[in-house]
Design a protein around this ligand. Structure first.
Ligand SMILES: O=C(O)CCC(=O)C(=O)O
Length: 272
């Protein structure tokens, strides 16, 4: 697939744009995203960017997380929320990095960042994550939110890379019928799709897998004796996206481009 490369615009001076490789999606890549529901974009992080991000993220991870606990849930073993509060490199990437241009091509001119977290499956973490849509865990409308998983090191099937079910985004919103109480308690969404077309998507360090909010995806555990699988999970949505599960309140998230009709979105994390 061809990639149209662009340099970082001069108005980005002031942040470490040398950490990232700016790019815009070609028409072939956009078509792939819309038809298949996902796309792998190579090398969005420079070598220095990946190193800086790993250093900053590991500092945050080690200060908050202990060793893998087989009796604990996914959340406590694998997720560190709001990592942009703790890492300058993640903050720059989330608010001003190449993914903002890419999300704009897919979503439109008005954009907010709605999730930033580490999803780390360190060696010893052998639990997978069942098939789901990211919109299944918190339905946002409009239905064009984009999940972006940036690999902080090479990953593959042994270390628990992501699997996708190409074109499954065409199923639309799947509502597995959890009660409000179950949702609030973080119950797992269980979906059993036809897996015959499922495919693993190993990523190189610095590559990014992006997919639609309706894309069915899963991962297996990390069965490597000596390798971690560290991924930065970011999600972007339309600046006026609402939380369907929460009385259609505006989802709070930093405005990264354009305008929002909601003053509280326009003000959110503005000075971060
Ligand atoms: O990190 C993984 O292996 C799976 C994570 C995932 O699918 C998610 O957080 O939506």
């Amino acid at each position: 697939m061809t990639t149209e490369t662009s340099t970082s615009p001069s108005n980005r001076a002031g942040w470490r744009s040398d950490l990232f490789n700016y790019t815009r999606l070609s028409s072939t890549q956009l078509r792939h995203y819309h038809e298949q529901g996902y796309l792998v974009i190579k090398s969005l992080l420079s070598t220095e960017g990946r190193r800086t991000m790993v250093d900053e993220c590991m500092r945050a991870w080690v200060s908050e997380k202990g060793p893998y606990d087989p009796n604990a849930n996914w959340l406590s073993n694998a997720l560190l929320a709001n990592i942009h509060h703790q890492s300058q490199a993640v903050r720059d990437y989330y608010f001003n990095g190449p993914l903002v241009d890419i999300a704009e091509q897919i979503i439109g001119p008005n954009l907010k960042g709605v999730t930033s977290q580490l999803t780390f499956k360190m060696r010893g973490h052998t639990k997978g994550f069942a098939w789901h849509q990211d919109n299944g865990y918190g339905e946002l409308e409009p239905y064009n939110a984009v999940t972006c998983l940036t690999a902080l090191e090479d990953n593959d099937e042994q270390t628990g890379c992501l699997w996708v079910l190409p074109e499954s985004h065409k199923l639309g919103q799947i509502r597995p019928g959890l009660t409000a109480t179950q949702k609030l308690a973080g119950h797992e969404v269980v979906i059993h799709p036809d897996e015959s077309k499922a495919r693993p998507l190993p990523l190189g360090a610095g590559d990014c897998l992006i997919f639609s909010c309706w894309m069915l995806h899963k991962s297996e555990g990390n069965f490597s004796p000596d390798k971690d699988r560290r991924v930065l999970f970011l999600r972007y949505a339309d600046a006026d996206a609402v939380e369907v599960y929460n009385g259609r309140q505006a989802r709070l998230g930093r405005l990264v481009r354009g305008h929002s009709a909601y003053p509280k979105v326009a003000a959110f994390e503005k000075d971060l």
